[in-house]
Design a protein around this ligand. Structure first.
Ligand code: 5RP
Length: 249
């Protein structure tokens, strides 16, 4: 009766307190993330090594994977944090250099379009995410429905830079119409797992994500731009109040 709709709150017996019976609340963002994380288990190939992304949605996926870890040989992690979480569930973590092929890579996104182009890197793991994803045959993006956008760029575009190149890259990004800002935490630059810094770029209207990815990646001193368009998602599982929606690209 309620399948696909909002979750009923504490249903009471019919005829008693009907008002409470029909009270509903929307699923929280975390519940939507958990729903897509569970749905992603259907894309895990038995006996294989899988690639695993970084962030809160990826963490929910790792937690869902834990109880069925016997299904896989192990995982390649896109960050030190993901590696630690995988290990905490007893899942073997493989060095990417020891892995030639990977059937699937599962990760979240900060924004995704209806054609599968994404902004990623809100969790500062963009470079390793892009590297691990490049080895996978299939990229499954898991996200709550709020991440689906018509045009990328409302979320600040992360650009990982070599620290000594921060200023020169920032000037070039400004010339290209963006407003770069160094990502900091507690007054200090955020350092990626690669020891690099991140410029978050606002003010961009990203009409052609593939072209901008190539253009920004070509700036000397840039390690990786957080546009995943040249190699976008193959499948997106989006959490909505109507259930998990699947987009195929
Ligand atoms: C980390 C990422 C994440 O996938 C992205 O930031 C989404 O995070 P979350 O699942 O916490 O919303 O790209 O670098």
């Amino acid at each position: 009766m309620f399948s696909g709709g909002p979750i009923p709150l504490a249903p009471q017996a019919f005829g008693y307190n009907r008002q409470h019976f029909f009270m509903t609340r929307p699923m929280t963002q975390d519940e939507l993330k958990q729903a897509v994380a569970r749905a992603a288990l259907d894309y895990v190939i038995d006996g294989e090594i899988i690639g695993v992304g970084t962030g809160s949605t990826a963490n929910f996926f790792i937690d869902a994977l834990g109880p069925v870890k016997h299904r896989i040989k192990g995982a390649v992690a896109s960050s030190d944090a993901t590696a630690a979480r995988l290990r905490s569930h007893g899942i073997e973590v493989f060095d990417l250099n020891a892995v030639e092929r990977m059937a699937v890579y599962i990760d979240g996104a900060d924004e995704i379009t209806a054609s599968g182009a994404m902004i990623k890197g809100g969790g500062a793991a963009l470079t390793r995410e892009k590297i691990v994803a490049s080895v996978a045959q299939k990229f499954v993006c898991i996200a709550d429905g709020s991440k689906l956008v018509t045009m990328l760029g409302a979320f600040p575009l992360p650009v990982e830079v070599i620290p000594m190149a921060r200023a020169v890259v920032a000037r070039k990004l400004t010339q290209l119409g963006g407003q770069p800002r160094l990502r900091t935490k507690d007054g200090q630059p955020v350092l990626t797992d690669n020891g690099c810094e991140i410029l978050d770029v606002t003010g961009l209207k990203i009409h052609d994500p593939k072209a901008l990815e190539v253009q920004f990646n070509a700036i000397v001193g840039v390690v990786t731009v957080g546009l995943f368009a040249q190699r976008g998602a193959d499948i997106a599982l989006l959490g909505t109040v109507d259930g998990v929606q699947t987009l195929k690209f």
